[in-house]
Ligand binder design. Structure first.
Ligand code: S3P
Length: 429
């Protein structure tokens, strides 16, 4: 772990950035390319540690993957040509890799063992293992499949009609990917719609999928056909600069090629509700994953309430939205966000404890937090808990604090945004 001291002295932020590729879509591009027969090409791939873990797992399954900058090529003869790995599949810090792989591996004819880092070892996996078991999957792990290491004996799966108890794209995607190898008609019902990159990509790879009013259905046993995937910039990475530009004085930051899929773009709605000076220029609405240029300028902000159906569309942005709320006039209430407790770390506790160290007026609740603003923040020594998004929240806070902010672990940020500090430097001038 490398400490980092950030003493930025409240600069104006100016510049144009292209944030790295979307993490969720990058993972899926490799997974789909490995399942499909033929040669899949990917551009704009995120070279973050999480996505590199996904590549590493598929290499161990015998899939040929070539990385050339942000262009990735995946060559596969389909799932039935994968080989049984002699080694444990290591998923690092990545919940998406671990959970989606559970769904994919359950329907193979292979025995596999998966494990990840200390954070993955604490994250709940029964939310995926239990529905997969209803389809016939054979999954073993600590506490009856709740925790890694997990051992999966692939088998023939049966389709099911499943109603999601939690709004989770990872759970939904694991089940949908298992459904590709199942007999019968798969139906997955969501009360609140979580990110739909898997559904979109299934279609891109030639599968016939229906989505009507939060109900996804398709025939099991469909084959995927290799294609090209263009990964847009990650709105969850752009979020840090959207907030930085809004709260730093005399600032203007332009973010190009940001993915604005409506199941991911809740932060745009919240910024607008809070009165942020934000311009959204959509590039191409018809793309498989639409993109936009976002321009953010220093803003006078009002507190707001964030809860209900919007939560899954901005779940990863809540740490940075909490920092934003410390600079808004009045009270911001974040509720219905108990899922934060099972992210890379417990993000309710982490955000509240760390922002308090900088002088924020913030309290934890059972399902979120309440923030009273505006508060002038001071410097301090913060913990990241090894969580990339807590590390970046601390770095953005450092841009507006009186005095320096130190973080205990700067490296964890490479999980999703390896060029983050280069981009901070680029807007500092
Ligand atoms: C992801 C889904 C979200 C999100 C995670 C990536 C995905 O998790 O927090 O960073 O790629 O499907 P849940 O689906 O568990 O909410």
């Amino acid at each position: 772990m490398t400490k980092k001291v950030m003493d930025y002295k409240q600069p104006a932020l100016k510049g144009t950035l292209t944030v790295p590729g979307d993490k969720s879509i990058s993972h899926r591009s490799v997974m789909f390319g490995a399942i499909a027969e033929g040669k899949t090409t990917v551009s704009g791939f995120l070279l973050g540690e999480d996505c590199l873990s996904t590549i590493d797992c598929f290499k161990k399954l015998g899939v040929t993957i070539d990385v050339d900058g942000t262009n990735v090529t995946i060559e596969s003869n389909g799932i039935d040509a994968w080989k049984e790995p002699t080694e444990v599949l290591y998923t690092g810090n990545s919940g998406t890799t671990t959970r989606l792989m559970m769904g994919i591996l359950s329907g193979t004819n292979l025995h596999t063992v998966m494990t990840g880092d200390a954070s993955i070892g604490k994250r709940p996996m029964r939310r995926v293992a239990d529905p997969l078991r209803q389809m016939g999957a054979q999954i073993a792990g600590r506490e009856n499949g709740q925790f890694t290491p997990l051992a999966i004996q692939g088998t023939q799966l049966e389709a099911m009609d499943y109603t999601m108890p939690v709004a989770s794209a990872q759970v939904k995607s694991a089940i949908l990917l298992a459904g590709l190898r199942a007999n019968g008609t798969m139906i997955v019902r969501e009360k609140e719609v979580s990110r739909d990159h898997t559904e979109r990509m299934l279609r891109q790879f030639g599968a016939r999928v229906d989505v009507v009013d939060g109900v996804v259905s398709f025939e099991g046993g469909q084959k995927l056909t290799a294609t090209h995937v263009n990964v847009p910039g990650d709105i969850s990475s752009a979020a840090f600069f959207l907030v930085a530009g809004a709260i730093a004085p005399k600032s203007e930051i332009v973010l190009e090629n940001v993915g604005v899929n409506e199941t991911r773009a809740g932060i745009i709605e919240v910024l607008q509700q809070m009165g942020a000076n934000l311009e959204v220029k959509i590039d191409d609405e018809t793309a498989a994953e639409p993109t936009a240029t976002l321009t953010i300028r220093s803003s006078q902000l009002q507190g707001t309430t964030i809860g209900g159906a919007i939560i899954p569309t901005l779940i990863d942005e809540i740490p940075i939205l909490a920092l934003l709320a410390t600079q808004a006039n009045g009270k911001t209430i974040i509720r219905d966000a108990e899922e934060l407790k099972v992210k890379e770390t417990d993000r309710i506790t982490a955000v509240v404890d760390e922002l308090k160290k900088l002088g924020a007026n913030i309290e934890a609740t059972d399902d979120g937090m309440i923030i009273e603003g505006p508060t002038r923040l001071h410097g301090g020594k913060l913990r990241t808990y090894g969580d990339h998004r807590i590390g970046m929240m601390a770095a953005v806070a450092a841009l507006i604090t009186d005095g320096a902010v130190e973080i205990d672990d700067a490296e964890c940020i490479a999980v999703s945004y390896p060029t983050f500090f280069d981009h901070v430097d680029a807007v500092l001038k």
